[in-house]
Design a protein around this ligand. Structure first.
Ligand SMILES: [Zn+2]
Length: 417
């Protein structure tokens, strides 16, 4: 019978499964493979061929065994793998039913900076959001230098999000992550020269939004709070738009995208010349440039320096200012016409000239006495004194066509006014 291990370090916040398994194995003097093979694989069940893929997907039997051994709920263990983030981070880990449909659904369904009609079509088969297209590509492993320096033996937890090229900074220290050897433990830096440029404010904001999304499931954007799934798609769509060859863009979109790359301090398209390349397959230094450009784009849209014309663009700008006495629907030309009629009616109720003028306008196309009387009757019903209105169509025409208009009025009416 499987029993709980006497010692089991608790998983760190957002820790990746292989990172936690490595720390658990270290406690018992084993390596990760031995722990999985001998202690977490039920008798008769096949052991995972490679522990490298456990951050992507872990068999249900292994998750259950681990939950029993440690007392950590299965849902929490599942969330330590990419599979635990389906369908928010990506739609599915299953092979796509039709080549290119996964990319199209995730990246092309909506748009951010440019309209989807401006986005040249391209097909990317066998694609999975944020994961390398080609399985030969090593998984990215990025680590915070401050976390490495401050950790004591067995306490350095590798967050799952740092294995995915979606953030640039450490949520705890705010400093840039750097590529490192080893997906579950620190075995040294990939680059001898560290990237110690401070992360720009917009990058910190972008990463804080991603971190918030992973923590509570929603992200606060200027217009409204969105589900984390919307945020991930917005970010990936934006990266795709930044990768379109500039020559294929209309002039307005091209200027915006050139400005974004200039302000981000990187060559356009991270220096890539020629057809668009898939973000997931780029080396980390170019992915870094794309993430910085995306953060810059969001900042420029929010600051009103560029316009986001796509379907998700409105989420990035605050609700337009409205007058303090708001609550009424937006005004249009008919509102103005209605107000003008009300003003004219109010004047006609007190001014015989205004009343006559109003009747003249309303009957200007009238040919028959019957219609004239009908309109005149309507004005009387609207509280315009009968005496203010010419009694017949002929009388009105004679009043208005003859010189000395008011002098031609019947004396009684002049007297009454
Ligand atoms: Zn850190």
């Amino acid at each position: 019978m499987t029993r709980q291990w006497p010692l089991h370090p608790t998983p760190g916040h957002g820790e990746a499964l292989t990172s936690w398994l490595h720390r658990l194995a270290t406690v018992y003097g084993m390596d990760l493979d031995q722990l999985v093979r001998h202690d977490l694989t039920p008798p008769g069940a096949p052991a995972p061929k490679s522990t490298d893929s456990l951050n992507l997907y872990a068999p249900a039997a292994l998750i259950t065994a681990l939950a029993v051994r440690t007392g950590v709920p299965t849902e929490q263990v599942h969330r330590m793998t990419i599979a635990g983030w389906v369908p928010w981070l990506l739609d599915s880990l299953e092979p796509e039913p039709t080549p290119g449909v996964a990319f199209h659904t995730y990246v092309r369904q909506d748009s951010v900076l440019i309209t989807s009609t401006d986005h040249p079509y391209r097909e990317v088969p066998n694609w999975q959001a944020w994961l390398p297209v080609n399985s030969k590509n090593r998984p990215v492993s990025r680590v915070c230098p401050v976390c490495v320096e401050s950790a004591t033996d067995g306490t350095l937890a590798f967050p799952l999000i740092m294995q995915i090229p979606i953030t640039l900074t450490c949520p705890r220290h705010g400093c840039r992550l750097d590529a490192a050897f080893g997906p579950y433990a620190f075995f040294g830096w990939e680059r001898s020269k560290k990237n110690d440029r401070p992360a720009p404010r917009q990058v910190i904001i972008q990463d804080a939004r991603t971190e918030q999304g992973l923590r509570i499931g929603t992200v606060v954007l200027p217009r409204r709070t969105v589900h984390v799934g919307v945020w991930f798609r917005l970010l990936r769509t934006l990266i795709e738009e930044l990768s379109i060859p500039l020559s294929k863009l209309r002039i307005r979109s091209r200027r915006s995208i050139e400005l974004i790359w200039r302000k981000a301090g990187h060559p356009a398209r991270a220096g890539i010349i020629g057809p668009a390349r898939t973000y997931e397959n780029l080396p980390w230094p170019q992915q870094e440039m794309y993430l910085e450009a995306a953060a810059t784009a969001l900042h420029l849209v929010e600051a009103g320096e560029i316009e986001a014309q796509g379907t998700l663009g409105h989420l990035l700008t605050p609700e337009p200012d409205r007058p303090a006495d708001d609550g009424s629907p937006p005004r249009d030309a008919w509102d103005e016409a209605r107000e003008a009629i009300e003003e004219a009616l109010s004047a006609a109720q007190h001014d015989p000239l205004a009343a006559e003028h109003m009747l003249a306008i309303l009957t200007s196309l009238t040919r028959t006495e019957m219609t004239f009387q009908s309109i005149r009757g309507d004005l009387i019903a609207l509280d315009i004194p009968e005496a203010f209105l010419p009694p017949t169509l002929a009388a009105m025409r004679s009043w208005r066509t003859e010189p000395g208009l008011s002098n031609n009025r019947p004396a009684a009416i002049v007297h009454e006014t």
